[in-house]
Design a protein around this ligand. Structure first.
Ligand SMILES: CC(C)(COP(=O)(O)OP(=O)(O)OC[C@H]1O[C@@H](n2cnc3c(N)ncnc32)[C@H](O)[C@@H]1OP(=O)(O)O)[C@@H](O)C(=O)NCCC(=O)NCCS
Length: 414
């Protein structure tokens, strides 16, 4: 591991150092809560996975942590993923290699826990490619005019819907169960009690002038089958009310439920627009809207994926079509991944073995991470010069096999 510069040492960050962690976080991300503001807040961290760097005088000057996503959805299955988070370095100590050492430590610790994959959201997209993370999903953001028409879905109008203040005790179990049941590559769910509690906490600081969090719950025969979390922000203009609905997440068990939720969200009184982000690019809403152009669709970068143990990670997912390919992988940070891997797989599973056979495709581990969730085509990466076809004719079938019928997305930023 690259050693820290002289005077710095890696340390655990236990819950007892919570205030110091919040101070570093506030230096790294201006506007984050101060220790006083967050005194009674539930923090989402799993403390045994929080680490930091101390300067010579004992001041905590850098932190990082990870979330345990033990059932992270990948194409055709679930696997353990280490969700890198809370990465921050005090500005007085930046660009000395603290992040680099923390990333290497994160890799070592994740692998020791049996996590073959890491994932993250990037504060700045230029940071993480150098560490072998590939951008594995884009997400969709919409700004929808109030009253936007939806195509009909039979059964939608018959579903019962309640709109309530979001209440941790009352709604927590419903949110956790419905969110956790979504089976879409990239869809990390909040598995730990800490993450769940933090996600239901609704401090003023995060409302940005809007009301407290609300939830719409849809039931079928008395059983919750979908929910939407949102808040409204009132506003007035000479022409009339101009309120904005900010939708946080929508989870629907089937098309009728999605239609019911959106019918309500798109027609709240005194609102002019509805904002929603972090949707998969194939979200049902885009297909239900009669006029998708009016929703001003735009793309953002979503989740980044890093394969820590290439053979284990490739064997943990399934493939959309039969595939038999030798990949020549380069990995500057984790040399065990460098080499030729023979992948034989399909919709039923896959095996991956080291081989000396000639390679069909050559790529960096970063591109393998980008393609891992099935949303970024190996063929598209090849057009950008990031995958090289060594055996003519091998790229197209491999690209089809690595694809998936659902677009990957993570519905929340971690
Ligand atoms: C981003 C941040 C963690 C970097 O920490 P750092 O200790 O300065 O990073 P390092 O010195 O270890 O830099 C490692 C490499 O990343 C590069 N890098 C660091 N920050 C970068 C940035 N914002 N954009 C592009 N490259 C960056 C460095 O140039 C260096 O490149 P090299 O290895 O090719 O020479 C730190 O600046 C920070 O806390 N920023 C604000 C919060 C943030 O963005 N956190 C990331 C959350 S996802």
């Amino acid at each position: 591991m690259t050693p820290l510069p002289e005077g710095y040492r890696p340390v655990d960050v236990p819950a007892a150092r919570r205030d110091e962690l919040l101070l570093v976080d506030g230096w790294a991300f201006p506007g984050s809560p101060t220790p006083e503001q967050a005194k009674d807040w539930p923090l989402p961290l799993s403390w045994d996975r929080a680490r930091g760097v101390e300067a010579e005088d004992g001041e905590l000057v850098a932190v990082h942590a990870s979330y345990p996503f033990t059932r992270f959805p990948v194409p055709g299955g679930r696997t353990a993923v280490s969700g890198l988070t809370w990465v921050g370095v005090h500005p007085a100590h930046r660009r000395r290699g603290l992040l680099r050492t923390m990333i290497e430590e994160h890799f070592t610790r994740s692998l020791a826990r049996g996590e073959a994959v890491s994932a993250l959201f990037a504060a700045e997209p230029a940071i993480y490619g150098r560490f072998g993370f590939g951008l594995a999903a884009m997400d969709l953001h919409l700004t929808i005019p109030r009253g936007a028409a939806l195509r009909d879905v039979p059964g939608s109008a018959d579903l019962r819907l309640r709109i309530e203040h979001l209440d941790a005790e009352r709604h927590g179990p419903v949110v956790a169960a419905l969110h956790g049941a979504v089976d879409r590559p990239g869809w990390a769910t909040r598995q730990s009690a800490e993450l769940q509690a933090a996600s239901l906490h609704d401090p003023d600081l995060y409302r940005e002038g809007a009301e407290s969090a609300r939830i719409a719950v849809v039931e079928r025969d008395g059983v919750p089958v979908g929910y939407a979390r949102f808040r409204r922000k009132g506003d007035w203009a000479p022409a009339g009310p101009r309120g904005v609905v900010r939708v946080r997440d929508v989870v629907a068990a089937d098309p009728a439920v999605a239609h019911r939720l959106w019918s309500v969200l798109l027609d709240l009184d005194l609102m002019a627009t509805v904002e929603v982000g972090n949707l998969p690019v194939d979200d049902a809403l885009l297909r239900m809207l009669v006029d998708p152009r009016a929703a001003l669709p735009r793309l953002g970068d979503n989740i980044w994926v890093r394969l820590l143990d290439v053979p284990a990670a490739l064997a943990a997912r399934r493939y959309a079509a039969p595939v038999d390919v030798v990949l020549e992988v380069a990995d500057a940070l984790l040399p065990a991944n460098t080499g030729r891997w023979h992948l034989v797989g399909g919709p039923g599973g896959a095996t991956v073995t080291a081989t000396d056979a000639p390679a069909d495709l050559a790529l960096d581990v970063r591109e393998l991470g980008a393609a891992y969730l099935g949303g970024v085509s190996l063929a598209a990466l090849a057009t950008a010069g990031q995958v090289t076809e060594l055996t003519p004719g091998s790229l197209a079938p491999a690209a089809v096999a690595f694809g998936w019928h659902q677009a990957p997305v993570c519905g929340w930023v971690f």
